[in-house]
Design a protein around this ligand. Structure first.
Ligand SMILES: C[S@@+](CC[C@H](N)C(=O)[O-])C[C@H]1O[C@@H](n2cnc3c(N)ncnc32)[C@H](O)[C@@H]1O
Length: 236
């Protein structure tokens, strides 16, 4: 791992309560990685849409990523490797995650001589200077966070991305009423992902700070079950 967490960062980045109480089976227990780190399984969980959502997110970020890119939270599957491949010479990619075992898992997935900076930190209290990134990616993180943490994550992403920069969010969205997965997804999310249905009720803009100055665009996929939201920070 290229960057070691400071003592201060380790003290601050304790395991958030929703990970240890709700998502222990998905991320915190080491057996979770052995189980979930399979490309076919993450694809199945997204009803066969992993590659489509990954590529749509990457295309929204851009083909050739100059400057600094931040991925907020690790993701099972090959998203980060594909993101890394788009970083232009001279550019950089940081990935932050609050769980050291998830960062260690990502390290194992990347090629031996990669230059991705794996950083231990909390999305709700990013230890980066304001405006220090050109873009940030949030891939299926927000639906796992309770309201206060979701708001703080968005506030922090908006803080660290420079004016004119872009934040790309991929996550669940309320499906079209005729989508045959509507009720199965209600049952799945209610059972396993208790904060996710909040994202169905209200658009991403509901969770942004009141003084947010950013252009928002949204596209939905797969009968509206998924959304790709782009925030272009004003100014710059
Ligand atoms: C991006 S989300 C879900 C992604 C997707 N479901 C998948 O297949 O991996 C999962 C990651 O978010 C991380 N995470 C959750 N809350 C976080 C926080 N407050 N700060 C940083 N990382 C966080 C978890 O440790 C985990 O590695």
């Amino acid at each position: 791992m290229e960057s070691q967490p400071t003592d201060a960062a380790l003290t601050r980045a304790v395991v958030p309560w929703y990970l240890s109480r709700v998502y222990w089976w998905a991320y915190v227990d080491p057996r979770a990685i052995a189980f979930f780190e399979r490309q076919w399984l993450v694809n199945l969980i997204l009803w066969g849409n992993f590659g489509r959502l990954r590529d749509a997110a990457l295309d929204t970020l851009g083909d050739r990523l100059t400057g600094r890119t931040l991925q907020i939270a690790c993701v099972y599957g090959d998203l980060t490797r594909h993101l890394m491949e788009r970083v232009a010479p001279g550019g950089s990619l940081d990935v932050i995650d609050v769980l050291p075992l998830q960062l260690a898992n990502l390290e194992r997935k990347l090629p031996a001589a990669h230059s991705v900076k794996l950083v231990h930190g909390d999305s709700t209290a990013l230890e980066y200077e304001s405006g220090s990134f050109d873009r940030a990616l949030l891939f299926f993180l927000l639906h796992e966070q309770p309201a206060a943490e979701r708001r703080a994550t968005l506030e922090q992403a908006l803080r660290v991305v420079r004016p004119g920069g872009r934040i790309v969010i991929v996550d669940y969205h309320r499906p079209h009423a005729l989508n045959p997965l509507y009720w199965p997804m209600v049952a799945i999310l209610r059972t396993l992902e208790p904060f996710a249905l909040d994202l169905w009720a209200d658009g991403i803009e509901t969770w942004l700070p009141a003084d947010t100055s950013a252009a928002i665009s949204r596209r939905t996929l797969f009968g509206d079950l998924y959304q790709i939201v782009t925030l272009t920070v004003s100014g710059g």
